[in-house]
Write a new protein. Structure first.
Lengths: 264, 97
């Protein structure tokens, strides 16, 4: 059986038939507040504490001290993991990140060596995209993915999807979704006047995977994935409709003629 | 003047320097060009350049080349040494650090 990189989120690993394939580059696309950062941190913390796979978190906008604080809210002590050489949080600017590897050593080389990293999270590729022309984005993303694979790293590349609610538009502008091995979509949907969140696997190269959309919650322990969102259609549109059973349709039909509910 | 006193005076010689120290100590994984560092404390490159140079001379900040960009990062060992020297001085004059 192929070795898998477990996320440690039991139900998500079930959806992935055990986890991501090793060295895969995984795009995690989601809107603001969908839990991309939480998923990324959970993947690294579980990797370091449960599976002996150390990791690196690269952040462009959010400073590490804010990440440390937010992670502690889930019970994840990133500073302690750094002291134990199980993790590194690297904060830099996208232009530095892009300059890296053009000449001499890559920015990430020392950190990969220090913790013998197997996993990495880049938060986010949308920041990188702001520093690159559209025509170069695909090339630069390809260069990054190949560097990470060469270093033996499995990666989560976070992408900010612009739409909060509604139909899923193109995940990225420059076709980078073709370069990644897997795509995880985190999406808020409106159901009966409340905002709920669903996770789906849009693509997983070389592996079977769950085709259903499942509901998830961001709890005090991190992301918890629940059962599939059955009984609804049009979930990807952001405004799902309840599926009608034969009985429900008969009920409505009866009501429309008599104004009363059908007996028995 | 003793070493600790000199260091303390030098470290607190400007607001920008104090802000840089706070930034790097709170975020030891920060590795960025001078423009990025300046932006993260809401300042311009010109206003932090002399302070960065002084912190480099003290050894608290180190540099390395990434492509064409010189990146700055905290030298954790040197920073710990500087902190200890200041702490020794402060405890000598009767104040806790």
């Amino acid at each position: 059986m192929t070795n898998r990189e477990r996320t440690g989120i039991v139900q998500l690993d079930e959806m992935l038939r055990g986890g991501f394939l090793q060295r895969d580059a995984v795009m995690v696309a989601g809107t603001a507040g969908s839990g991309k950062t939480t998923l990324g941190l959970q993947y690294l913390v579980n990797g370091a504490t449960k599976y002996g796979e150390n990791g690196i978190y690269v952040t462009f906008e959010q400073l590490p001290d804010q990440l440390y604080r937010d992670a502690l809210g889930f019970g994840w002590d990133l500073r302690a993991l750094e002291e134990q050489d199980k993790m590194r949080v690297v904060c830099t600017s996208p232009d530095v990140f892009l300059a890296s590897g053009r000449k001499g050593k890559n920015l990430l080389d020392p950190y990969i060596g220090e913790v013998q990293a197997r996993r990495i999270v880049i938060d986010s590729m949308s920041h990188v995209a702001m520093y690159v022309d559209d025509k170069d984005l695909r090339k630069e993303t390809y260069r990054l993915i190949m560097y990470l694979k060469t270093q033996g790293l499995s990666s989560l590349l976070l992408f900010e999807a612009p739409q909060l609610i509604g139909a899923v538009g193109p995940l990225t502008d420059a076709g980078t979704s073709f370069l990644v091995d897997s795509i995880i979509l985190l999406k808020p949907v409106e159901i009966e006047s409340s905002i709920r969140k669903v996770v789906g696997i849009l693509k997983m190269r070389g592996s079977d995977h769950d085709k259903n959309l499942r509901e998830y919650e961001i709890t005090s322990d991190g992301i918890v994935v629940g059962s599939s969102l059955s009984g609804y259609e049009g979930i990807m549109s952001g405004s799902p409709r309840k599926l009608q059973t034969v009985e429900m349709a008969a009920e409505r039909f009866s009501k429309s003629f008599t104004g009363k509910a059908r007996k028995g | 003047m003793v070493e600790g006193e000199l260091l303390l005076k030098r470290l607190l010689s400007s607001d920008a320097k104090a802000e840089l120290l706070t930034l790097f100590r709170a975020n030891p994984g920060l590795v960025d060009g001078i423009d990025g560092v300046a932006r993260r404390i809401g300042r311009t490159r010109a206003s932090v350049e002399p302070e960065v140079e002084d912190l480099k001379r003290l050894g608290i900040l180190s540099k390395r080349q990434v492509g064409k960009i010189e990146v700055l990062f905290l030298d954790r060992q040197k920073d710990a040494e500087v902190q200890k020297a200041v702490e020794r001085y402060l405890s000598k004059v009767g104040r806790s650090f």
